[in-house]
Design a protein around this ligand. Sequence first.
Ligand code: XMP
Length: 178
Amino acid sequence: MNIAATNIILSQNDIQNCLERLANQLRQAYTQEDNVVAIVLLEGARRFAADLIKEWDRKIPLYFLRAKSYGNDVQSSGLVEITTSDRLLPDLTGKRVLLIDDIYDTGLTLRAVLDYLAPLQPADIKTCILLEKHHPHARKIPIDFLGATVPNTFVVGYGLDYAGKYRELDDIVELEGM
Ligand code: XMP
């Protein structure tokens, strides 16, 4: 079977528009006095987070969590494994956490990460997600800042991968032939 990343779902231009809109929303949501900490889910959200924070033009500490449930498959395994990576998380007590992820699909990953962060007693947690799939989610998650909604197909590019491939594409494209 031929797997090909072809049909463009979001072009570079569309992505840039999302970044500008999200950055404006973030500027309105957080004052300069707010103690904001961004927690980025690896690997998929790394590029989105970097571009977004540059667009936001605000110096905030960035921390990373690795949340894995997919392996090489396109279906969630249903089990989410969370590891802190690169740097340990700081003391989140009283901080305003901005959780940045690439895609809200089943919602299992975001649910697991929110459940992991809540006991660390941040002042609040807001979710900033680049993409949301159309379909009903297994776990309903409040999304505070959303880039775009995409069809219920497997999408890759702009940081999202299939088995380690296509991450470097500048557009977000549909993976066909699955
Ligand atoms: P869930 O299903 O837990 O998924 O909401 C969250 C994580 O799974 C990955 N994922 C995808 N990755 N194209 C991808 O490249 C997709 O269509 C896709 N759907 C889910 C992604 O890492 C996300 O954070």
